[in-house]
Design a protein around this ligand. Structure first.
Ligand code: NAD
Length: 470
């Protein structure tokens, strides 16, 4: 039987809440702390502030038994053996990670340490952050032998966060001594031993008793670097395929075929090779910038990451131009927009390319009717409904009488749309797909003018090719 550990998780956002619920699910006692009183009140009442598959069921299963919610970090610190810090680390003006939330939590934790605690960085932080946290805690008068600071980066993806947590590719623990390593290994033992997957009601996923996730034990600094380097690498893959998609458009090839050909190489892999309108979200943009900044501070020129960022910004501009070329003028044109979240499966709109593009269309005088299966409420907070912006209750309402339909998020439900109905709902049957969700031949057969990204036959492909040949 696995030993029950008392864990405090500070921050109840996408990472903190998922980690809290999953730690309870694998048998630990969890105190989830947030300084946002309204969030804690919601969670105590059984409501969930974010949209994630399995989260409602798991919370219901463990609420009032092995998971509690509080704003009292001092009490949580006193009770817990391990304190996971999962607060935000947003981008500062210089591009570096703003660590003020981590700093504030470290100082507050320090005030309540009277016996040995393991502090775990769950937030994505630059290398050396563990040393800063130790310094802050020591400065607050805590003897060095009463705590260890470790790193346990989180690799979950929004939209599949619970499954990713419980069925991860790997669990990384960055530790600089055995005492802390022991505790972290115990916390993850139900997963690494395979015990969790034997349970009748365990969340299904890729891992099993016979194939549990491996635990990688590294130095704290290496663990911090693993997270930044992983995200920078994935962002690089996306930017790479986006440039390839632009070459495909100019050359008259289909990026989907090219991507399949590249991704079938086991050394490269098919994931994150999907051409589109650029990456967004709360992680990639800020983590690429932060990693570039860290490199700079350490005297290393990581110009590659500057290029990754530039390509990502260009990709949104190209899509904007594609819409302009299809519609000629913008003022007074009605756009139906499908997708607001930065990717399908989540309600997160942070750094979403869709939000940026909609703002630009509105500035150009377009009339926008937008729909997203999960992110409408969050979007209303940053783009309130107005005379020129409304939110539809479904895709067909968004498309009604529109001069064109734009697809900006890769929600699976968009691929199930009734194309005949859509065709007659639109004023003009123009679909501009920033996520390559549809088969071009089917769209043509259904009578659409269908433009997508990096696939021959779009206006850009023809234009670019004919201008080169003339
Ligand atoms: P989030 O903004 O959703 O949640 C952060 C939470 O911390 C908020 O609820 C906030 O109220 C709380 N908080 C801030 N200061 C606090 C304090 N002093 N005491 C208690 N609570 C406090 O952020 P997130 O998306 O969960 O990300 C958290 C960290 O995890 C970031 O470093 C992020 O880069 C990293 N990360 C995020 C993801 C992801 O997909 N979102 C994946 C892996 C890693």
């Amino acid at each position: 039987m696995t030993e029950k550990i008392t864990i405090a998780v500070v921050g109840s956002g996408y990472v903190g809440l998922v980690a809290s619920v999953c730690f309870a699910e694998i048998g630990h006692r969890v105190i989830c702390v947030d300084n946002d009183e309204s969030k804690i009140a919601m969670l105590r009442g059984g409501e969930i502030p974010i949209f994630e598959e399995y989260l409602p069921e798991l919370l219901e299963r463990h609420r009032n038994t092995s998971i509690e919610f509080t704003t009292d970090l001092d009490a949580a610190t006193q009770k817990a053996q391990a304190i996971f810090v999962a607060v935000g680390t947003p981008q500062s003006q210089t591009g570096s990670a703003d660590l003020s939330y981590v700093d504030a939590v470290a100082s507050q934790i320090a005030r309540s340490i009277t016996e040995y605690k393991v502090i775990v960085e769950k937030s994505t932080v630059p290398v050396y952050t563990n040393e800063w946290i130790s310094r802050v805690i020591e400065r607050n008068g805590v003897p060095r032998e009463l705590f260890d600071v470790t790193s346990n980066p989180e690799f979950l993806r929004e939209g599949t966060a619970v499954v990713d947590f419980l069925h991860g590719d790997r669990i990384v623990i960055g530790v600089d001594n055995e005492r802390a390593a022991n505790l972290l290994r115990k916390i993850y033992e139900p997963l690494t031993s395979g015990e969790y997957y034997q349970m009748a009601d365990s969340v299904p996923g890729a891992r099993s008793e016979a194939d549990p996730p491996p635990l990688l034990q590294t130095s704290t600094k290496a663990a911090e670097l693993i997270k930044h380097a992983s995200n920078a690498f994935l962002a690089m893959k996306i930017s790479f395929i986006n440039v390839v998609s632009n070459i495909c458009e100019a050359a008259g090839a289909d990026v989907e075929e090219v991507s399949q050909g590249i991704g079938s190489d086991g050394r490269i892999g098919p994931k994150f090779l999907k051409a589109g309108i650029g990456y967004g979200g709360s992680c990639f943009p800020k983590d690429v910038a932060a990693f570039r900044y860290v490199a700079e501070q350490l005297g290393v020129d990581f110009g590659l990451l500057r290029e990754v960022e530039k390509i990502n910004a260009d990709q949104k501009r190209r899509f904007f131009q594609k819409v302009r070329s299809a519609l000629w003028t913008f003022r007074g044109k009605k756009l139906g927009i499908l997708g607001l979240a930065f990717k399908g499966g989540t309600d997160d709109i942070r750094e979403s390319p869709a939000i940026e593009l909609i703002s630009q269309f509105l500035k150009e005088g377009c009339i926008v009717s937008a729909y997203d299966p999960a992110a409408v409420e969050r979007t209303k907070e940053v783009l309130p409904p107005s005379g020129t912006l409304s939110y539809a209750k479904d895709s067909y309402e968004a498309a009604t009488d529109a001069d064109a339909l734009l697809i900006l998020t890769d929600w699976r439900e968009f691929t199930d749309l009734d194309l005949d109905r859509l065709r007659y709902t639109l004023r003009y049957p123009i679909v501009i797909d920033g996520r390559n969700l549809f088969d071009r031949a089917i769209m043509a057969e259904k009578g659409f003018t269908y433009l997508s990204v990096g696939r021959a036959g779009g206006v850009h492909a023809k234009d670019a090719l004919s201008s080169r040949l003339s």
